[in-house]
Design a protein around this ligand. Structure first.
Ligand code: PLP
Length: 413
């Protein structure tokens, strides 16, 4: 997407995994619920009933999006709350938790916090490809394991994890299974029944919906304790007056995401991503993080497509993570920003931190290469012109930075 910033420079935004703008239809759907239909969904009068009906309609849309029953959808404030709810809502002292070392900090920090409440966590490392081997998840299980949490798509590499197989392992072991689907939602079809999970968290702002609203699939009968207590909202699973405009916006975004999966939009985004990737890889000393499918993992599960590209690992359509030898990734992010292009040098949630990405490090990259990596993540409104414009500026910026780079001069480790 190209936008006009304050500086009147045409900007190209390729950081969709950090956040996305509202689509106009989402804005329009939300608009009445800020003012004329402002009712509290818990009130019994007409204004309240209108708000309640809007939340009910949104719940039905989200149920279709997850492929679950309406009563299994809980609205919340986003991915972080969903991830925290899975961990703090299910785990008790003495329980064991299995997750991966490439999760979002919403999982990793919660695992760290719950350690002080007597819950031990095993962090399964990925293969160099960025894929989690389900056999490693099975190996990590103990008699006291109560929960497995694995992300659907990694925010930094876009690599899609074999959640269906992990779901089978969880079922066989009688262990609860949570999927952080924040980066997969809207990019591949979600099907919580096929995934075999008990809990699944998504966030509206990663799929052209509003910030600060999310939804969680909670399979009927899952004994989850609510993180936030108060009123009896959301069938006592999440207290607090419903964010009606946000919920309505999220439902519209989900509805449009379902359409995009069917009308060729996602295939178009994949073709643009592949064009971008192939163009950048023409530069010497570059490569993709999240490739080289290990033989033992076999073909991706249904719905997990490998869009025509040189990369044999199943990834979401919009993301590529590329390393550039002999330069500092942050320097390239800044150089591109100054030219009007927004990309990310790792997880946006860590921006400002100089530590190399924990995801890339877990995949076995050394610090220098992890630091020299950039994430390009396309909006579904991305255009060919956006890609061609990026391809015009990247080679020049890389050449310039390599010429002056302390990494190239060997003065930085
Ligand atoms: N999980 C993943 C994989 C994410 O990428 C993010 C956000 O970057 C989150 C969770 C947190 O979601 P939210 O921003 O809605 O709290």
């Amino acid at each position: 997407m190209t936008s006009e910033g304050d500086s009147l420079v045409k900007r190209v935004y390729m950081d969709a995994n950090a956040t996305t703008p509202l689509l106009p239809e989402v804005m329009e759907a939300m608009r009445p619920y800020w003012m004329e239909r402002f009712g509290n969904a818990s009130s019994i009068h007409l204004d309240g009933q209108q708000a309640h009906a809007a939340v009910d309609r949104a719940r039905a849309t989200l149920a279709e999006f997850f492929n679950c029953h309406d009563a299994e959808v809980v609205f919340n404030s986003g991915g972080t709350e969903g991830d925290n709810t899975a961990i703090f809502g299910l785990l008790r002292p003495g329980d064991h938790f299995v997750t991966t070392s490439i999760e979002h900090s919403a999982i990793l920090a919660a695992a760290e916090r719950i350690a002080s409440h007597g819950v031990e966590t095993t962090f399964v490392a990925p293969q160099p490809s960025g894929l989690i081997d389900p056999a490693e998840i099975r190996r990590a299980l103990r008699p006291e394991t109560r929960l497995i949490s694995v992300m659907l798509a990694n925010n930094e590499t876009g690599v899609l994890q074999p959640v269906e197989e992990i779901g089978r392992i969880a079922r066989e072991a009688g262990v609860f299974f949570h999927i952080d689907a924040v980066q997969g939602a809207g990019k591949i079809p979600l099907d919580v029944r096929r995934f075999g999970c008990h809990l699944c968290s998504i966030s509206a702002h990663k799929m052209h919906g509003p910030k600060g609203v999310g939804a969680m699939f909670v399979r009927r009968g899952t004994p989850i304790e609510s993180l936030i207590v108060g009123g009896s909202h959301e069938r006592r699973r999440r207290a607090g007056t419903e964010n009606v405009p946000g919920i309505v916006g999220m439902a519209k975004a989900a509805e449009l995401a379902l359409l995009s999966l069917e009308d060729g939009t996602i295939d178009r985004v994949a073709a643009l991503r592949n064009r971008l990737e192939a163009g950048i890889l023409k530069l010497s000393g570059t490569g993709v993080n999240g490739a080289h499918l290990p033989q033992n993992l076999g073909a991706p599960a249904p719905g997990f497509r490998i869009w025509e590209s040189t990369n044999p690992v199943p990834r979401v359509a919009n993301t590529t993570n590329i390393w550039f030898d002999q330069l500092e990734g942050e320097a390239l992010v800044i150089a591109l920003d100054l030219k009007g292009f927004a990309v990310s040098g790792g997880s946006a949630c860590h921006s400002g931190a100089t530590e190399p990405s924990h995801v890339l490090m877990a995949m076995g990259l050394n610090k220098t290469r992890a630091r020299a990596s950039l994430r390009f993540s396309l909006l579904k409104t991305a255009t060919e012109a956006d890609v061609e414009n990026v391809l015009k500026v990247v080679p020049e910026a890389v050449e310039h930075l390599r010429a002056i780079s302390p990494v190239a001069a060997g003065t930085l480790g």
